[in-house]
Design a protein around this ligand. Structure first.
Ligand code: SPQ
Length: 439
């Protein structure tokens, strides 16, 4: 059984200094997947050495790919080519990672072997029909539980998948990426249309590996005609991890933080747009492109935020940042309203309910709605809140400590290791008074 970790934050303080936060989780997953399918040796730097991305890495080792890891973000993948994966000897365990499970379901549907995908308690509750249903339309054979959850039992249908023209009912990069990966093994063209732009790392990285994928407005399409050629990938820092410090430095008076080498792909920068609408001081410096992805240093200083109505078009572009944006809203002057964010209910936890419960415990007037939240800015009190094993909830409440009037205790924080194992060290170096206890 994994250890229970409790975070304890002393209230008050400020953030000052420079930091390079952990590598991008979405890109780290994809670097392993596509590097494994490439011909030749792919070198990755800046790889996220955290549980989620390491679960993907282990899954590909289990399918016969030789992957070397030095532990400092450098990973070498000896690609086996598009048809070189081998049958795993046991179920592939993907821990807490929705991205691994959903993308792998598409990739494995068209292989010449069967496989089983399993995950931890949280992942075993997350909806998988959003991928298994369109995959079934392509001819895939994937069994879920009656509830449509993992374990997923995949019967490989090599040569038997057919491309579809799929209009996604929800804005999901995981569904889009899953179908594009399946489309690499399907007869004819696979087209995926999204209702709103979502992160496009799969499309960009496929292009980087030389695999043809065409993007036309909100539709991406792919065929089986292509091969991947090994390349070098420099994974930038994850804007979803940087977000904790963008909010922390905004809400804690006299803060001044420089976040280095952060990925600012326009499908991920909703958090900057939303914070700026709230009045945040965020400068984007030293913009450049690394391996097809825009990167910059982000300089943030404190200010009095104001409540806003969050524009719905920004929701998919900031989907993972809402836990910490709710903390920003709790510190803002006036009311903040979020709508159109029902997807938050099916993440590692129900991020609307869990954040509302925690904020209410801390004395904040936060009212959950079916698709968002209404928060009246004001004072944050102290108390004990539950993260429900959700890494982003745990880190968001740690940041709340900067403006709280009494200490905050956060339960069940071990899963911070799924996306940002250095969070505590970096946050304390910058000035957060955070300690942790294990039992
Ligand atoms: O991988 P997982 O567990 O689904 O991770 C989360 C997160 O907060 O780290 C979501 F809970 O990020 C997803 C994100 O919400 C990562 C992702 C991707 O890499 O493609 C896409 C988003 O999910 P979705 O369901 O909107 O496609």
């Amino acid at each position: 059984m994994t250890k229970k970790i409790t975070f304890k934050v002393q209230n008050g303080g400020l953030l000052r200094g420079e930091a390079r936060v952990a590598g991008d989780k979405s890109m780290s997953h994809r670097s392993i997947m596509l590097g494994s399918l490439a011909e030749g040796v792919t070198h990755v730097t800046g790889f996220l050495e955290a549980e989620d991305a390491l679960a993907t890495l282990q899954a590909f080792r289990d399918m016969g790919v030789e992957i070397e890891r030095t532990g400092d973000g450098c990973v070498t993948i000896h690609g086996v080519g598009k048809h070189g994966l081998k049958a795993p000897q046991a179920p592939l365990y993907l821990g807490n990672s929705g991205t691994s499970m959903r993308l792998l379901s598409g990739l494995l549907a068209g292989q010449a072997f069967n496989s089983v995908l399993t995950g931890d308690e949280s992942l075993s509750k997350r909806p998988m029909k959003r991928v298994t249903e369109p995959l079934a339309q392509m001819g895939a054979d994937i069994k879920t539980t009656e509830k449509g959850t993992a374990p997923l039992e995949i019967t490989g249908r090599a040569g038997q998948l057919t491309g579809i023209d799929y209009v996604m009912p929800m804005a999901s990069a995981q569904v889009k990426s899953c179908l594009l990966l399946a489309g690499m093994y399907a007869q004819g063209e696979t087209k995926v249309t999204e209702p709103a732009p979502t992160r496009d790392h799969t499309e960009r990285m496929l292009t980087g590996f030389g695999y043809p994928v065409s993007v036309n407005k909100n539709q991406a399409s792919i065929t089986a005609n292509g091969r991947l050629t090994a390349m070098t990938i420099d994974v930038p820092s994850d804007i979803s991890s940087a977000a904790f410090f963008l909010v922390g430095a905004s809400i804690a008076p006299n803060s001044d933080v420089l976040l280095k080498h952060v990925g600012i792909n326009p499908t991920r920068t909703g958090v900057i747009d939303i914070l700026r609408l709230m009045g945040a001081n965020i400068e984007i410096l030293n913009e450049h492109t690394v391996g097809g992805e825009p990167v910059a240093d982000l300089h943030v200083t404190s200010c009095q935020l104001k409540g806003i109505e969050i524009p719905e078009h920004l929701v998919p572009l900031a989907i993972d940042e809402f836990p910490v944006l709710f903390i920003a809203a709790a510190c803002a002057e006036g009311e903040t309203r979020l709508t159109g964010a029902e997807e938050l209910r099916v993440k590692e936890s129900d991020r609307i309910q869990v954040m509302a419960d925690g904020l209410q415990i801390l004395g904040v007037n936060a009212q959950p709605t079916s698709d968002g939240m209404i928060i009246q800015g004001g004072e944050i009190g102290g108390g004990t809140v539950e993260s429900h094993g959700d890494h982003r909830i745990a880190m968001a409440f740690a940041i709340a400590g900067l403006r709280a009037i009494a200490p905050i205790t956060i339960l069940d924080c071990a899963n911070v290791n799924t996306s940002f194992p250095e969070f505590k060290e970096l946050a304390t170096n910058l000035g957060l008074q955070l300690s942790s206890e294990e039992d």
